[in-house]
Design a protein around this ligand. Structure first.
Ligand SMILES: N[C@@H](CC/C=C/[B-](O)(O)O)C(=O)O
Ligand SMILES: [Mn+2]
Ligand SMILES: [Mn+2]
Ligand SMILES: [Mn+2]
Length: 306
């Protein structure tokens, strides 16, 4: 089994610099050796840096409405999308280290483009499903899912004309939500999307939640799975170095359980570890957040299953 490792050194989907440094920091933490130690071949596709958007409203990439850096984000996504698609065609497990979660359009979208019947588990404090109309911040890391599903027409955002939505609202399930914008709430309700919030995690426990999530998007356990993990799904106490912290998140074990349970299906074909920002917090907080990015990866690749 081969894992294609892709570093997405990209920060343009949100305003806090530093998130582009996570791939190098994870490599310094020996993530490649850790994956190899689990028995995988690693096809290192390298780290991909992108022109970091200069100050907002730059002349080269003016906002589309209030959507910031659309062409910069679209270009980065297109490049990662192509790399992901090529890895999937080689039947490799596609593993992307972000970078902000706007790249989720490229990882899940690129995967779906060459993997029929793909389903997605989106682990996040946020739904990332704002359209250009509903976004309050204009930060594109809050929008990848709406474009992925075609709820936001790609051709209506400069830089995204290349994207062809192939997934539907029924192909994705959320775990960990606790900070939704009003527009996102109405989109989720309107399309009857499945979302397991932190309320459900408390009510049913993580074991039941993952089971119900899989039963929703993968009832016959016959669909390949893409797990897109935003580390801000975890409680900030254990993953502090991330740009959009929200209190009351997943515990260390709940986060790792999700990864273990997805591995246990034998259906994991795509994994994203997103939004680790080594520029945020003190040395210990950065080290802890990088370490959790590595341990989540190991659990998603089978480390803890006997
Ligand atoms: N919903 C907020 C927050 C977006 C958060 C994105 B993240 O999940 O990738 O951190 C927004 O649209 O600005
Ligand atoms: Mn996210
Ligand atoms: Mn988030
Ligand atoms: Mn985030």
């Amino acid at each position: 089994r081969t894992v294609a490792l892709i570093g997405g050194e990209f920060s343009g989907g949100q305003p806090k610099g530093g998130v582009e440094r996570a791939p190098k920091m994870m490599r310094q933490a020996k993530i490649v050796d850790q994956v190899k130690a689990l028995g995988y071949e690693v096809n290192d596709c390298g780290d991909h840096a992108f022109p970091s958007p200069d100050a907002a409203n730059s002349s080269a990439d003016p906002p589309a409405g209030i959507v910031k850096n659309p062409r910069t984000v679209g270009n980065a996504c297109k490049q990662i999308y192509d790399i992901v698609q090529a890895a999937v065609k080689r039947d490799e497990i596609v593993y992307t280290i972000g970078g902000d979660h706007s790249l989720g359009l490229a990882t899940v979208g690129g995967h779906a483009a060459s993997r029929p019947n793909l389903c997605c588990i989106w682990v996040d404090a946020h739904a990332d499903i704002n359209t250009a109309e509903t976004t309050g911040s204009g930060n594109m890391h809050g929008m990848p899912v709406s474009i992925l599903l075609g709820l936001q027409k790609p051709q209506d955002i400069p830089g995204f004309e290349w994207f062809n939505p192939v997934m539907t609202t029924a192909d994705i399930v959320y775990i960990g939500l606790r900070d939704l914008d009003e527009g996102e709430r109405s989109i989720i309700r309107k399309f009857g999307m499945k979302a397991f919030t932190m309320h459900h995690v408390d009510k049913y426990g993580i074991g039941q939640v993952v089971q119900m999530a899989l039963d929703h998007v993968n009832p016959k356990r016959d669909r390949p799975i893409h797990l897109s993990f935003d580390v801000d799904a975890l409680d900030p106490a254990i993953a502090p170095s991330t740009g959009t912290t929200v209190r009351g998140g997943l515990t260390f074990r709940e986060g790792h359980y999700i990864c273990e349970a997805v591995y246990e299906t034998g259906l994991l074909r795509g994994l994203d570890i997103m939004e680790v920002n080594p520029a945020l917090g003190n040395h210990r907080e950065v080290a802890e957040t990088i370490a959790i990015g590595c341990s989540l990866t190991r659990c998603a690749l089978g480390e803890t299953l006997l």
